[in-house]
Unconditional design. Structure first.
Length: 84
């Protein structure tokens, strides 16, 4: 919902501030406004998805050095007993 409001606000601001020399037809202006709105909405959604993936990838990655250091650590005092 916030993305739709943001896209609509940008579209309305653009249409209010940019005035061509010759006035466009109502159909032409409405088609341009609808295309701008849909394009902005899609762009905002795509940017959020890319940022979310980048943020998730930052937490998932583990280096090989970290894995080796974790594998070489021993818990002291050793809490496990060998059972035969």
């Amino acid at each position: 919902m916030i993305n739709k409001a943001f896209a609509a606000g940008i579209t309305l601001a653009f249409m209010a501030l940019v005035r061509p020399d010759t006035p466009p037809s109502a159909v032409g202006a409405s088609v341009v406004a609808i295309l701008m709105y849909e394009g902005l909405r899609w762009s905002i959604k795509y940017i959020q998805k890319v940022r979310r993936k980048k943020k998730e990838a930052r937490y998932i990655t583990v280096s090989l050095g970290d894995i080796r250091r974790w594998a070489d650590t021993w818990m002291e005092p050793y809490p496990f007993k060998e059972v035969s």
